[in-house]
Ligand binder design. Structure first.
Ligand SMILES: [Fe+2]
Length: 277
């Protein structure tokens, strides 16, 4: 399986968020690009990718379950199976979630499991989100919040994320956030989320072969510096494996709320300074 790689590495990681399917959303634009993304991911040590096209984001028409399956088969065949690709979706918070949740075979499930990837608008957190989390859980699905560190409200008030986790949600951070690709606020926020033990998955959110690439290893090294090797490994191996196998999430750090309070104080002090100067 690794023969096609220039520098074979041991493939141990599972990427639960990647826009690897061709001509589906704002991710891969062609079969060729999808194949290249698979090769890059494999060379980086990724063995499985959950294909997560945008669903119900109001911009891209949501692909059907059959479309997703057909494109996965196409990409896997064209890439020689250098990585395994399993179906999923990145589901935008919307009323369609509840319609979909009633369907046992809904495309919003990651690899057909009871987990779904839930995305919010980047500027706000829906006002009734805690009730929504409860309703999603009642419908038999467990939401994994996609890249909370990129949400402006959560950057300002990370306690919101604590509340969602306390109600049964999990959190997935983006590799690009740790690498500083989305700006300083986002990088500060993701590091704080990690320090506070509020992340359960680290994924590439890969879109293309030349930008927002489907890679994890550099971000894993940064995560290990912040949260330790054990935590970093759990974010890309143990927890994603449990997710795609539809088991309970094995590594769930106790949230360290003191890590959040430290930053909140600093932020408050900074905004007073900004106000008076
Ligand atoms: Fe995404």
């Amino acid at each position: 399986m690794n023969e096609v790689l220039d520098d074979p590495v041991s493939q141990t990681m599972i990427d639960i968020h990647c826009h690897v399917l061709p001509e589906t959303d704002d991710g891969s634009v062609s079969l060729e690009e999808s194949v290249e993304m698979c090769r890059m991911a494999a060379a980086d040590g990724i063995k499985t990718i959950v294909a997560t096209p945008h669903l119900f984001d109001g911009v891209h028409p949501p692909p059907s379950r059959d479309d997703i399956r057909r494109k996965i088969d196409l990409v896997m065949e064209a890439s020689g199976g250098v990585v395994e690709i399993v179906p999923g979706g990145e589901t935008r918070y919307s009323h369609e979630i509840f319609q979909e949740a009633r369907d046992k075979h809904t495309r919003i499930r990651l690899n057909g499991s009871s987990y779904m990837l839930l995305e919010f608008d980047f500027m706000m957190v829906p006002p009734n989100i805690e009730m929504t989390i409860f309703q999603i859980l009642q419908a038999g699905l467990t939401p994994v919040i996609a890249h909370p560190e990129r949400n402006a409200r959560i950057q300002l008030k990370p306690e919101i994320l604590v509340g969602l986790i306390e109600r049964g949600a999990y959190a997935q951070i983006d590799a690009g956030s740790l690498l500083g690709s989305f700006g300083k606020e986002c990088e500060t926020s993701v590091k704080q989320i990690l320090r506070a033990g509020l992340a359960h998955f680290l994924a590439s959110d890969g879109h293309h072969q030349d930008r927002r690439r489907p890679l994890l290893s550099k971000a894993v090294s940064i995560a290990a510096e912040i949260g330790g090797e054990r935590y970093a490994k759990a974010l890309v191996e143990d927890n994603p494996l449990a997710l795609i196998q539809d088991r309970g999430i094995p590594f769930q750090p106790e949230p360290d709320l003191a890590a959040l309070r430290g930053r909140a104080k600093k932020k408050a002090a900074k905004s007073w300074y900004a106000f008076w100067r």
